[in-house]
Design a protein around this ligand. Structure first.
Ligand SMILES: CC(C)(COP(=O)(O)OP(=O)(O)OC[C@H]1O[C@@H](n2cnc3c(N)ncnc32)[C@H](O)[C@@H]1OP(=O)(O)O)[C@@H](O)C(=O)NCCC(=O)NCCS
Length: 154
């Protein structure tokens, strides 16, 4: 398990674009995302640029001892902040995912109404949502029409 006191969160900058794309195109991240296509650099860079000026989006990167280990995003819509998270592939299984999401909520969105869309069977993410006090509700099918529905946790 990680030393949580060494975990820091800060807003993403354009300089983080490369590492975020690497994590986004990791097979497990793609499998658990709404759209599973590989993301191209040009599209990703534009997405980051728009994200940095979008008042309804909070996009953070987590560092452990200064090393990038994950990212958390929150998109405000319909009265809730929809959370989405990814741990660096090499940093998974050490408690970083859960710790960074909890820290993000405590520091950036304390007490705010939350939502997370999690593909059925993504056990680690279901545990993270549970730890935030969210419960599974309705389901929607992802854009790629894959076999695993997205469960909405509120
Ligand atoms: C989901 C993800 C962020 C979890 O990161 P992580 O650092 O491995 O998570 P943690 O180690 O903090 O584990 C969180 C919880 O899940 C459990 N867990 C982790 N991997 C697990 C697995 N494969 N099976 C069962 N439980 C698992 C942990 O024991 C922990 O439970 P606890 O809080 O009861 O101890 C990481 O797997 C990831 O980036 N996945 C790809 C992207 C993704 O799925 N994003 C979510 C979209 S909503």
């Amino acid at each position: 398990m990680i030393d949580k006191t060494r975990l820091q969160l800060r807003p993403v900058t354009l300089e983080d674009a490369r590492v975020l794309l690497e994590w986004r195109n990791d097979p497990l991240t793609r499998e658990n995302s709404r759209t599973t296509d590989e993301v191209l650099w040009e599209d990703h860079r534009g997405w980051i640029e728009r994200s940095l000026t979008n008042p309804d989006r909070k996009l953070y990167i987590a560092l452990h001892g200064g090393v990038p280990v994950g990212t958390v995003r929150a998109d405000f819509h319909d009265g809730r902040h929809e959370l989405s998270w990814t741990a660096s592939p090499g940093a998974r299984g050490y408690g970083i995912g859960g710790a960074m999401v909890k820290q993000f909520v405590n520091e950036v969105l304390p007490g705010a109404p939350l939502l997370a869309s999690i593909k059925k069977g993504n056990i680690a993410s279901e545990k993270i949502a549970q730890a935030l006090g969210l419960s599974p509700g309705g389901q929607e099918f992802p854009d790629d029409k894959g076999p695993h529905p997205l469960i909405l946790w509120k």
